[in-house]
Design a protein around this ligand. Structure first.
Ligand code: 1GP
Length: 270
């Protein structure tokens, strides 16, 4: 849910001294109630945004039910905090943002969507085709579109395969800089460097540094980040936000999730 009068874009763009954290929840990997419980723990650990998406073929109903469950859990926390003078109500006003695999995984219950061009795809479908199908629905829903350039870097995982990406290699720093400039000239506000969910290697820091030179883009980095050390590498290289998903899915229970996420998020602040 959003703060009064604040768009998700201004929330995501507001400059902070340290790198911030996004929790990616894949609606295909747990029921909506579990997703909401995980989101609440993540926010208690300091995560500042929830992305909903990931798998390529999740039906709209499941995506929607997950967004609704998370929004309801946040509303309850906002209300509880408003009754407690020692609590910070604003800290529960966290945007729930769709991170879609295509035009099918949409929900009017989300605050915004990463409206993405997979810039290094060789397929028209991921450059503009899915966007063309989704735009009329988003317009009808009133879900805020966050103009995002999406770049899949090696190893790339399933998104690299499905998205038919010409993977960016660790030595392609100059190419990444050109992509960042292109994204900026198209008017995109966000650039997302992706190594693929569950990747055994995170995005190479030299690529992050190169993209970070383009200062008018908000830089998101994700894929393969599971430890404090990896989070710190991405943060030091210049990521404005890091995204983790598998870490949450693989946690044994909510306490395990709390320990693992706290370690990663604390590393961003040190
Ligand atoms: C995937 O970048 C995200 O789109 C998160 O990746 O699941 O490896 O954390 P992980």
């Amino acid at each position: 849910m959003l703060r009064d009068e604040e768009s998700t874009l201004s929330y995501i763009s507001s400059k902070k001294s340290s790198t911030r954290h996004i929790t990616l929840i894949d609606p295909a990997k747990q029921d909506p109630e579990t997703a909401a419980n995980r989101a609440i723990v993540a926010i208690e650990c300091g995560s500042e945004m929830i992305f909903v998406g990931g798998s390529t073929d999740t039906p709209d109903e499941i995506v929607h039910a997950t967004c609704v469950a998370i929004q309801e859990a946040l509303e309850l926390r906002v209300f509880a905090s408003s009754q407690d003078p020692s609590a910070d109500e604003e800290s529960w006003k966290i945007p729930v943002v769709l991170f879609p695999g295509g035009a099918h995984a949409l929900s009017p219950a989300a605050d915004a969507i990463t409206f993405m061009m997979l810039m290094n795809s060789t397929s028209r479908k991921f450059l503009v085709g899915e966007q063309l199908r989704g735009a009329p629905y988003l317009s009808k829903f009133g879900v805020e579109a966050l103009p995002t350039g999406y770049l899949v870097c090696a190893p790339g995982g399933r998104v690299g395969e499905v998205g038919e990406a010409e993977l960016i290699q660790p030595e392609d720093a100059e190419l990444v800089h050109s992509y960042a400039l292109t994204a900026s000239m198209f008017g995109f506000k966000i650039l997302y460097l992706e190594a693929g969910s569950g990747a055994d290697k995170q995005v190479d820091p030299s690529l992050i540094q190169s993209a970070a030179k383009c200062e008018n883009l908000i830089l998101l980095v994700g894929g393969g980040i599971r430890t404090a050390e990896q989070a710190s590498i991405a943060a030091k290289a210049g990521a404005n936000w890091i995204v983790t998903g598998t870490l949450t899915e693989n946690a044994d229970n909510l306490e395990d999730l709390r320990n693992k996420l706290s370690a990663v998020i604390d590393a961003l602040k040190s």
